[in-house]
Design a protein around this ligand. Structure first.
Ligand code: IMP
Length: 429
């Protein structure tokens, strides 16, 4: 099996960036298939820290990097990111970065709408990243979005802007936003076109040819299963499908092309934004996890909510995502805790259940059932082999494997690229 798909198995921020970078080293092509610049991946290589948002992590290794049709792309943000990455010495050019011609643009009016709706929602807000991701996906499925191919056709672009504004005009008026002017948007897009069009290509074909030629492809997921628009804690989710099944549709390949599915999970749980979080700790332990784990959003800088590992949620993510192997990250953040808790079931109105119900009221009402485990006092940070791990840390990992129903194939033990324990090479999976 030559290809690997990586997805997050909790609410995002599981440390996918580092794992994807590590895997990108072993791949020929890296493809993003959903999300947009709501994602933030931090990758540390030696003394350099790269913060990627839209660029596939393959750019760090100079691999062919594809932004697939399933991604919504803020083109100005992408150009800024390219310039920043080039400034850090990365050789990004239209030969090694491909932007799908059928990908959707995120426009300033999408950000306006995202912000205005959140501001009006009060306590009912989603806690979005404010990047216009939801409104852009709405226009895509509403069949009025502007796609990258449209930038090459100024006449069609004008008509498309008119159609888009017929919809947004009413929304903006209702929300008290100033009128959006079609001539201004056209001018912005015309100015943008020559800068972005060199990257715009039929990505599905380039990727298909690479697969036929036997190249190894890494499908890079953003966000995570519990933020999936179908399978997550709806409506407190992002607006795309984040499960591995989306890799095919969002990149333009068949359903078997994704290969081995790897789910990334943090040794505890975090979430940023609003919504249910059964194992959340609003106490000293939660604060300590956040402090030790540097749990602040990469994109927005917001402090993340922290809690114990929830095996029920992860088991469900693994099932709906078709995850075959797990990568456990940030085990070292649990170093020094006397006891650890793992959620193994929920209590809902006096009954015990073993899954997350879909109803919001039920999700808010469930109470975690915990199993306690003994912690370890030794440091696991930087461990590169099983024998470097204390016995209780191994027990913790083994118990998690048992509870989630998937083997831990990789263990990440620090932000450093090389601090990884490998049980199985996912590309050989
Ligand atoms: P949106 O994707 O900006 O619409 O935000 C919807 C929800 O997804 C909010 O709770 C965000 O905090 C969350 N979210 C979006 N992208 C990420 C991510 O990359 N990591 C963690 N949470 C995210």
């Amino acid at each position: 099996m030559a290809n690997v798909t990586v997805i997050g198995a909790q609410w995002g921020d599981e440390g996918k960036g580092k794992v994807i970078d590590w895997l990108a080293n072993r791949a020929d092509v890296v493809v993003r298939f959903q999300g947009g610049n709501n994602a933030g991946h931090t990758i540390v290589v030696g003394n350099k820290t790269y913060k990627l948002s839209l660029l596939p992590s393959g750019v760090i290794q100079g691999k062919l990097s594809i932004i697939g049709n399933g991604v919504v792309v803020d083109p100005w943000s992408l150009l800024d990111e390219i310039t920043r990455a080039q400034g850090q010495g990365l050789g990004i050019n239209p030969d090694n970065l491909i932007l799908a011609e059928n990908a959707t643009l995120v426009l300033p009016l999408h950000r306006d709408l995202d912000g205005a709706r959140e501001a009006r929602a009060g306590a009912g807000k989603i806690g979005t990243t404010g990047r216009g991701i939801g409104p852009a996906y709405e226009d895509k499925v509403g069949r009025r979005a502007i796609r990258f191919a449209d930038l090459a056709d100024p006449e069609a672009l004008e008509v498309k802007i008119e159609r888009l504004l017929a919809h947004h005009g009413a929304l903006r008026a209702g929300l008290g936003l100033p009128e959006a002017r079609p001539d201004e948007i056209l001018a912005q897009l015309q100015e943008l076109a020559p800068k972005i069009l060199p990257y715009v290509k039929p990505a599905w074909r380039i990727l298909g040819d690479a697969i036929k030629a036997g190249q190894r492809v890494l499908f890079e997921g953003a966000q995570a299963t519990l933020l999936d628009v179908d399978h997550g804690t709806y409506p407190y989710v992002t607006s795309s499908n984040t499960v591995a099944g989306q890799a095919a549709a969002g990149a333009g390949v068949g359903p078997t092309a994704g290969g081995y599915v790897l789910g990334i999970l943090k040794a505890y749980t975090t979430r940023v934004g609003e919504g249910p979080f059964p194992t959340e700790l609003n106490d000293e332990t939660g604060r300590l996890l956040g402090e030790r784990g540097h749990e602040f959003g990469t994109v927005t800088g917001r402090p993340r909510r922290c809690g114990w590992f929830d095996a029920v949620l992860v088991r469900q993510s693994i099932a709906v995502g078709g995850v075959q192997g797990a990568v456990l990250t940030k085990l070292d953040i649990l170093d020094g805790f006397e006891t650890l808790k793992v959620c193994v079931g929920y209590r809902l109105r006096g009954e015990t259940i073993d899954y997350l119900p879909a109803g919001l009221r039920d999700q808010a009402a469930i109470e975690p059932i915990y199993e306690e485990m003994e912690g370890w006092s030794e440091s696991t940070r930087g461990a590169r082999s099983w024998k470097d791990l204390p016995a209780n840390a191994i027990k913790y990992v083994r118990r998690i494997e048992e509870l989630i129903g998937a083997p831990a194939v990789l263990l990440s033990t620090s932000p450093d690229r090389d601090d990884i324990i490998m049980m199985l090479d996912p590309f050989q999976g």
